[in-house]
Write a protein that binds this ligand. Structure first.
Ligand code: C5P
Length: 236
């Protein structure tokens, strides 16, 4: 597979065209950003860690019947993915309160959310990713009601698979963000699943083992990601 021009450069990943019109190469960089790009640092080994982590999780999800865009690990920092037409919303599932939901509703961090909450956010750096509802998505043409139902159902199904996987490794899956896109008309899980886009706490100590270590300046960011990988049996 030949890597061609960089098509898109996000805050932590780049997407390259290939000589195959149906596939892209996704490159995980060491760049780490938070607060919509206001805090940016290079963290050694992050690209490599997240690439392996993402591949491992996506394959677990695929085994559980979730359609995913990841096809093949190409190198320590690159993987081959299906070319999707992305739905411009982020899907967030929360099992425990943390982050923006605490600020928004004035609730304490660490409350069990049962049933888990599900939220949509519009992908827009310029607008700081505002929360949107089903009606906004349909009325503005970002997706159909059927797309919405599929994204919500897949997000909850993914929750069952991943809550269990992390629980067996002594970890609480607090919350996470997913993005979906279309391939031949079918909605498929795209983007990435890594400690950059989820919250994971140690079950016993509630130690944070995700990007909150970077956001909150707690240090040991990559060491925490590597510990999670080791605990779930993900080779790095
Ligand atoms: O900030 P908030 O609490 O809404 O984030 C919920 C979850 O979604 C967290 O795990 C966070 O890392 C993830 N997220 C993300 N990218 C965003 C917004 C949130 O990965 N743009």
């Amino acid at each position: 597979m030949e890597k061609k021009r960089e098509l898109y450069r996000g805050k932590a990943k780049s997407v390259y065209e290939t000589d195959d019109p149906n596939h892209y190469i996704m490159l995980f960089r060491d760049d780490t950003s938070a607060f919509n790009g206001k805090k940016i640092e290079q963290l050694d080994r992050k690209g490599r860690t997240n690439n392996h982590f993402n591949f491992f999780i996506m394959k677990k999800l695929e085994e559980a019947g979730i359609p995913v865009h990841v096809e093949e690990l190409l190198s320590d920092t690159e993987c081959l993915v299906k070319k999707l037409e992305m739905v411009p919303v982020e899907c967030v599932v929360r099992n425990v309160s943390a982050g923006s939901i605490c600020k928004r509703y004035g609730v304490k961090e660490g409350l069990d959310l049962n049933p888990p909450t599900f939220e949509f956010f519009l992908k827009s750096d310029a607008l700081d990713d505002p929360m949107v509802n089903d009606s906004h998505i349909v009325s503005f043409g970002w997706g159909t009601q059927e797309d919405i139902d599929t994204m919500r159902n897949l997000s909850y199904k993914i929750n069952e698979v991943l809550k269990d996987l992390f629980d067996k490794a002594g970890l609480i899956l607090v919350d996470y963000k997913l993005e979906f896109g279309k391939y031949n008309g079918q909605l498929i899980l795209g983007d990435e699943f890594s400690p950059d886009g989820c919250r994971l706490w140690d079950k016993e100590t509630r130690k944070k083992l995700d990007k909150d270590r970077f956001r909150q300046g707690l240090g040991g960011v990559i060491e925490a990601y590597e510990e999670v990988a080791r605990r779930i049996g993900c080779p790095l």
